[in-house]
Design a protein around this ligand. Structure first.
Ligand code: B16
Ligand code: MG
Length: 217
């Protein structure tokens, strides 16, 4: 049996949320907008443009188009300076075990991320070769919870959506997987990700037996 396994990036494969947080926090501070970790949570899985719109709304600030773009670029440059220092040590626990297990059992593997920096990050942590298809913020027009990113990944893998499994840490991503008609597996908090078909705190809690059962379904 062959299924399509689609991985989100930030919060599933690596914890880049901490770098997004630092960069957004510095930016918000420069605009005198308070910015908490709880607010950062609300930016998970959300595109760069939509994230800045949210922050400006919280601070009741409006910017010209030019200033908006300059601000967004400034954030991204800082973010890039953080991720340029990433190494394989930042791969989240047991991600490689799961990827290897999927490879050994001839499953098809894709990336489905909102980030425009996904390829750079995969390069940095040396995981690119695992992915047959990479769909990221550069090839998607509609953000999660729209299912576009995952439907494109399924198409790239040539696997029907109902034969695909999605690993996601964000609520919007779980909703996207569900509306794509895929099996949704939440990585994180059960109460937050209650719309998912299954939830695990992280991959260390996901036995290979569970993955075997998914493949058989
Ligand atoms: P970029 P994911 C998302 O990645 C992040 O969760 C989100 O916080 C970020 O704003 C978005 O990517 C866009 O990232 O600025 O690098 O294009 O979870 O979908 O892998
Ligand atoms: Mg994520």
């Amino acid at each position: 049996n062959t299924k399509g396994f689609i991985f989100d990036l930030d919060g599933v494969i690596v914890d880049t949320a901490k770098y997004h947080y630092l960069a957004w926090k510095n930016l918000a501070t420069s605009l005198e907008i308070p910015f908490s970790e709880a607010q950062n949570e609300q930016l998970k899985g959300v595109s760069r443009v939509a994230s800045l719109h949210k922050i400006l709304t919280w601070g009741a600030i409006s910017l010209s188009e030019e200033a908006f773009n300059a601000t967004m670029n400034k954030k991204n440059e800082e973010y890039l300076s953080y991720i340029s220092k990433m190494t394989t040590s930042e791969i989240l626990p047991d991600v490689v075990r799961v990827l290897d297990f999927l490879k050994e059992t001839n499953q098809k593997i894709a990336l489905g991320s909102a980030s425009k920096n996904a390829r750079i990050i995969l390069d940095k942590v040396a995981l690119k070769e695992y992915f047959e298809t990479i769909v990221d913020g550069t090839n998607v027009t509609k953000a999660k919870p729209d299912p576009e990113v995952f439907l494109n990944a399924a198409e790239g893998l040539q696997v029907p959506p109902n034969q695909c499994v999605v690993f996601e840490d964000s609520v919007a991503g779980i909703q996207a997987a569900n509306s794509a008609g895929m099996i949704s597996i939440g990585i994180g908090d059960k109460t937050v990700l209650h719309e998912a078909d299954h939830v695990f705190r992280d991959f260390t809690e996901m036995p290979s037996e569970f993955i075997k059962e998914l493949i058989k379904k």
